[in-house]
Design a protein around this ligand. Structure first.
Ligand code: 7RM
Length: 644
């Protein structure tokens, strides 16, 4: 595939932190001497109470990877205390509310104080080192405060995206056995109310181990109250002391759990550790975004996702940056919102998802052009491949061809950015995630595990450990091994398909497993199928992805009904509601096709490959159907397909 290299315009021609040559040299060094390399970085980026004994031990063959063992540190100390001497009055968080009239600035001194106080609140409610705390909040400063307060006392947070349903929240609280939940009475997004506390109440009917719910008052509306369990955040904060010594944590102590979807079963609780994760988040934030002191940095992700953890909170705050947290949506009150916020707060670095770029591009250039955006210096994208049209629009219209774009490929499991241009140092190719970050060794292999030549698509694996990698799947070490290391022993399997071009650029095309990316949100087909099957009328469900011009992908569900049930529009609505209740609105199928039967092999496996083709109206070469138990169902499914 031939693409133009987009050289960066002269005024931004170099990343002042690394040049192209330095990248090549340092990358080579990071592979030839990983211990020396990471030891230097760990000293540069983090404050340690005690040095480590060994930078890296173990590897992917024995699967006993350890980073910085013996080292002692505290994440909140690294994100707050150590900055106080030089930047106490510098904004740490700029909060932009859903309503454009609502914003506030919290400097490092204030954030430190709030975090210490809330850490004391957590202690007061019995939270101890190692305990798990569930955080189900909107994008308000209290979300970052709650996360940092957990790290201050060594509690392990599990943030649950506010768009998830009470059912999804319940399973996450149960799996991590959280005893405290932090929420808000309500959230507000795009002027719509999100009933967070109500969802918590519903979830907790089946979570007997939760002692207390700490509730931030985000709106003036009343919510149901259980006075033996529920506590107002502002009440708890009003009479609590301000001093809270940071817990001395081991480098490998657990930091947080974040649930993410896989191709099978329930979402996995990805467990990240303390030192390796924080170092990797900080360093990638600094170098990938070319962050300079005093700059205003904005990542539009929600803290409910890994991007929000690493690039709204931990990476930027570890670097003493000013991070903008946005509560709202890109199109409220108008499609100019992002660009207005950039002008209002003089944002220099802007990081968002391709789905948002596509949605705003559709609204027309005028919404962008009526704003200045002259503060912008670097742009980033994450979450899914970016198509060339969206890339060009972002580059030319939003960035006026003067801001390099970092197309950052990474995953919940990787903790931080793995493959990305270093803006200004890497010549850009629209649609390519470009080069691996320091210490990252990607490889593209075929189904047998053999490396494929450049230009050929294959499975993307990572062959060497890196500091940001997940430690395990919480309470499920077997699943950790099975999901990531079983098929190709000794290599971390990403689940993505990609190829490498002759210039060493990686082009990620999407998942090679049953994981979907819908508006950048990661959802497993099996989760949606399980949700559909919960409805009493449903006998079987098979979910596949179809391309969507804005969302990237959307869900097409094939459903067979139990005897005695009949397909109609009301039933479709009920099925949509069932998915909304078990997962959340992000997982709702765009299309539901009722069928008399599923195309199954004689061993009873649904032939998803075939359903995917039919859903996509791609009827050329349906492949070998002779292994089907009942080839007759195929004609009916083709006849009734929704997209023709
Ligand atoms: C950060 C995040 C991970 C999956 C990953 C890919 C896809 C993410 C890109 C991308 C192409 C990108 N974590 N993905 N970034 N695909 N180009 N720049 O999204 O755990 O929620 O999802 O997202 O498929 O495996 S995630």
């Amino acid at each position: 595939m031939e693409h133009d290299l987009h050289p960066v315009s002269p005024e931004f021609a170099s990343n002042t932190l690394v040049t192209e040559t330095q990248y090549q040299e340092q990358y080579a060094r990071s592979l030839s001497d990983p211990e020396g390399f990471w030891s230097e970085q760990a000293k540069k980026y983090l404050h340690w109470f005690e040095d480590w004994e060994k930078v890296l031990s173990g590897g992917f063959d024995s699967l006993d990877v350890h980073w910085f063992s013996g080292g002692k540190l505290n994440v909140s100390f690294n994100c707050l205390d150590r900055h106080l001497a030089t930047r106490a009055e510098q904004p740490a968080i700029i909060w932009e509310g859903d309503d454009p009239k609502d914003s506030k600035v919290i400097n490092y001194r204030e954030l430190h104080e709030q975090v210490c106080k809330f850490a004391n609140v957590l202690k007061h409610y019995g939270v101890r080192k190692g305990d798990r705390v569930s955080i189900y909040l909107p994008m308000i400063p209290e979300a970052a405060i709650a996360m940092l307060a957990c790290t201050r006392i060594g509690a392990v947070h599990s943030v649950v995206f506010g768009g998830f349903s009470s059912e999804a929240l319940k399973t996450r609280i149960q799996d991590a056995d959280c005893q405290i939940v932090i929420t808000a009475n309500e959230g507000i997004r795009g002027s719509k109310i999100v009933p967070l506390k109500h969802n918590v109440d519903t979830a907790l009917k089946e979570c007997p181990n939760v002692r207390n719910v700490i509730v931030v008052k985000r709106t003036q509306n009343q919510v149901a109250w259980n006075s033996s369990r529920d506590v107002w955040y502002h009440d708890a904060m009003s009479q609590i002391k301000t001093e809270c010594a940071p817990a001395i944590m081991d480098a490998e102590d657990p930091l947080f759990i974040l649930y993410t979807s896989g191709s099978t079963g329930k979402p996995k609780g990805i467990l990240h550790g303390t030192a390796g994760y924080l170092l990797y988040a900080a360093m990638t934030h600094k170098l990938v975004f070319d962050y300079h002191d005093k700059e205003i940095y904005w990542c539009t992700a929600d803290v409910g996702w890994i991007t929000g953890h690493s690039y709204c909170v931990y990476g930027p705050l570890a670097n003493g940056a000013t991070t903008l947290l946005f509560e709202g949506v890109p199109t409220y009150p108008t499609a100019s919102r992002f660009w207005e916020v950039i002008d209002k707060h003089k944002v220099n670095i802007f990081y968002t998802a391709p789905t948002a770029i596509r949605a705003l591009r559709r609204e027309g250039d005028d919404w962008v052009k009526r704003t200045s955006r002259k503060s912008l210096r670097v742009l980033g994208t994450v979450g899914e491949p970016i198509n060339p049209e969206a890339w060009e629009w972002y580059y030319h219209i939003v960035g006026e061809a003067r801001c390099p774009i970092a197309d950052t490929w990474w995953q919940t499991e990787t903790g931080g950015i793995m493959i990305s241009a270093l803006p200004g140092a890497t010549p850009l190719k629209p649609g390519a995630a470009a080069w691996p970050f320091f210490g990252i060794v990607p490889m593209i292999i075929d189904d047998e595990g053999k490396p494929v030549p450049d230009g050929k698509m294959g499975k993307l694996v990572i062959t060497q450990p890196w500091p940001g990698m997940l430690q395990t799947v919480y309470q499920n070490p077997e699943r950790f091994v099975n999901a990531y290391f079983k098929e190709f022993p000794g290599r971390y399997l990403t689940g993505d398909q990609a190829y490498r071009d002759a210039d060493g650029y990686y082009w990620i095309s999407g998942r090679s497993d049953d994981v979907l990316k819908i508006s950048g949100h990661r959802i497993g087909t099996q989760e949606v199928e399980s949700a559909l099957i919960r409805h009493q009328a449903v006998s079987e469900a098979a979910v596949v992805a179809i391309p969507d011009p804005i969302k990237g992908q959307s869900i097409y569900a094939f459903v067979t009904l139990k005897v005695g049930f009949h397909s109609n529009d009301d039933l479709k609505k009920e099925l949509v509601q069932t998915v909304r209740e078990s997962i959340g609105a992000i997982a709702i199928p765009e299309h539901i096709q009722f069928t008399e039967g599923m195309p199954k092999t004689r061993s009873g496996k649904i032939m998803r490959r075939l359903l995917r083709k039919i859903a996509n109206n791609d009827l050329t070469d349906l492949g070998d159907l002779t292994t089907l138990a009942d080839p007759g169902v195929v004609d009916e499914i083709i006849r009734d397909r929704e997209i023709k």
